[in-house]
Design a protein. Sequence first.
Length: 439
Amino acid sequence: MRRIRAALTGVVALSLALTATACGGGTADGAGGSGSQPKTLTYWASNQGPSIEADKKVLQPELDKFEKETGIKVKLEVVPWSDLLNRILTAATSGQGPDVLNIGNTWSASLQASGALLPWDEKNLAAVGGRDRFVASALGSTGAPGKDPAAVPLYSMAYALYYNKKMFADAGITKPPATWAELEETGRKLAKDGRSAIGVEGGNLANNIHQVFVLGKQHGADFFTPDGKADFTSDGAVAAVKQYVDLMAAQKIVAPGNAEYAQNQSLGDFAKNRTAMVLWQTAAQTFAAQGMKPDEWGVAPAPVPSGTPGQGTQVNSMVAGINIAVFGNTRNREGALKFVKFMTGDAEQKILNEAYGSVPPVKAAQADPAFSGPALAVIRDTLAKSAAALPQVPEESQFETVVGTAVKELFADAAAGRPVTTESVRAKLDEAQQQMPKK
């Protein structure tokens, strides 16, 4: 809880702290003379693979390639998701951040409002090939509308329903569920003999937000009003949170232990034939690391209330993904822009996204046949037709923290056998709303 509160407090205070910070950021040894010819960059990469070591094995050869091409050495640190936001906030307030970093695309507007990141105006975008290189849906999660982006897209993802073919076959189920009613019916057939139907990560605040945001869209709720005020207690928002927690509390198709999951344990259960389904972004690499073969699992669009996925109440994923950003006070801006250009180049996009099982947000790379297989086709189709960006408001990261925590606590109630009612959900969301900055 201390880390959660620190993140919330840090976001609120960040812009004030930045105005008082006089020292420059970036690496002190990274530039020679005026800094126009940097020799070294620091890069914080987010943990995309099954482990930090796996990420290093993917990234280090590419960083060596960049050094060979440019003479610029990149010092890599892979930062776990549980630490990344706090690390960014601390670096911003101290003025001693990395030169380049990955951010969750949902944080773009919050960090943009802080002033910590380099704005991607037309000049800076031109340095990496221009905005037209990027897919529109990915650019839509790079900052508040009407402002220069705070970052550029690096990896694109969307949620899909992964299902364990063996467990489905053993239960006599011939196709994955397409609606929530079908998922619940299918789930009751699967949840027996010590196995559960679907896994969740109840202790993962960001994952909680992603799921309830999508369910909120399906219930006609956005969690924020059009003018950016928190609106967590609307009937649609309450119904969305209750529906998600009820997978454990009422439907009994999620194992109680999932209330504490926060480190991809649900994927391990899936690979070990203990859980039949998971809603996840790009799981192929983790399944492979768990010893699962590609023909042992299938992928289908995430469920909708009825019919087929689309916009409005038929949205079935948030626009997931990773953006790459530059700290505004880096001493190595020229080198940082070169590095971002390299990481978002057509060839590198194919290498990196293929390694991580994600979809390139760069149009030319996305068109490559490597991203047309059945699993990625579902994700590409979802991003194009039925995904929505989380609210691009400065308070988005606080939203993730306080509502994500409320969902976590409701899962804890469900796991302990305490009732989860409409009234208890509304009370938790009201408590969360009271923690948001007042406008």
